[in-house]
Design a protein around this ligand. Structure first.
Ligand code: ADP
Ligand code: MG
Length: 218
């Protein structure tokens, strides 16, 4: 018999459990098992594991758990290095949010903010601030500088695929977005590798982070 616990141990909101059941995700992956409680408790984390190990849900589940729907303001910003990766994260988020409908008067809202789309439309959809933003650093920073997106209310910032962010030269933009957020920001950094060149950024923004590294199964 498996000694691994299922997702219910984390005492998640019922709609999250429903969404996970719908996708037949009954057991957390190792990185999820180790990171979900730490992120829910508010810790800064560095999650390092191979591609396909479930890092997306490791941050989406705690973020959804921590959103206060009563506040009409941005509470989490998630950045990924490419439009495709941002769109994938957004699609995983939407799969869960489907189950949030009609449970409360107000649902959790999320926007995808990426380049290569109509800029004015992006500004238009930000007339109401979403609870969660998923996007690429360039367009997110553009919206912040335009004052269309108000990230100073956000308590959570996710940098996904941090090694790719570095390779693609996006760390400066990510840094600028982070600098617009509050002092109490919870930083969540995910990557397959943590290159030495990432250290200055990690040192600048992370406060006693929990570094969880999961090695590939032999
Ligand atoms: P990573 O970001 O680490 O590369 P992803 O978060 O993209 O990995 O997850 C890889 C795949 O595993 C996705 O298709 C996702 O839906 C699936 N997955 C995530 N968590 C679980 C789970 N607990 N059980 C089964 N499949 C999962
Ligand atoms: Mg990923």
């Amino acid at each position: 018999m498996s000694t691994k616990s299922n997702f219910e141990r984390f005492q998640l909101k019922p709609f999250i459990i429903e969404a996970l059941n719908d996708q037949r995700f009954s057991l957390p992956t190792e990185i999820q098992e180790r990171l979900i409680p730490a992120i829910i408790s508010g810790k800064d984390v560095i999650g390092q594991s191979q591609t396909g190990s479930g890092k997306t849900l490791a941050f989406l589940i705690p973020i959804l758990e921590r959103i206060d729907v009563a506040k009409e303001e941005v509470q989490a910003v998630i950045t990924a290095p490419t439009r495709e990766l941002a769109a994938q994260i957004f699609s995983e988020l939407e799969k869960i949010l489907q189950f949030n409908k009609s449970e409360d008067e107000i649902d959790i809202s999320a926007n995808l903010i990426v380049g290569g789309t109509d800029r004015l439309k992006t500004i238009g959809k930000l007339k109401t601030q979403p609870h969660i933003v998923v996007g690429t650093p360039g367009r997110v920073l553009d919206m912040v500088e335009e004052q269309a997106l108000k990230v100073y209310t956000s308590q959570i910032f996710v940098v996904d695929e941090a090694d790719q962010m570095l390779d693609m030269g996006f760390i400066e933009e990510v840094d600028k977005i982070a600098s617009r957020m509050g002092e109490e920001l919870q930083m969540l950094v995910f990557s397959a590798t943590i290159p030495e060149k990432l250290q200055p950024f990690l040192k600048k923004y992370m406060n006693n982070p929990r570094h969880v590294q999961v090695d590939p199964q032999q």
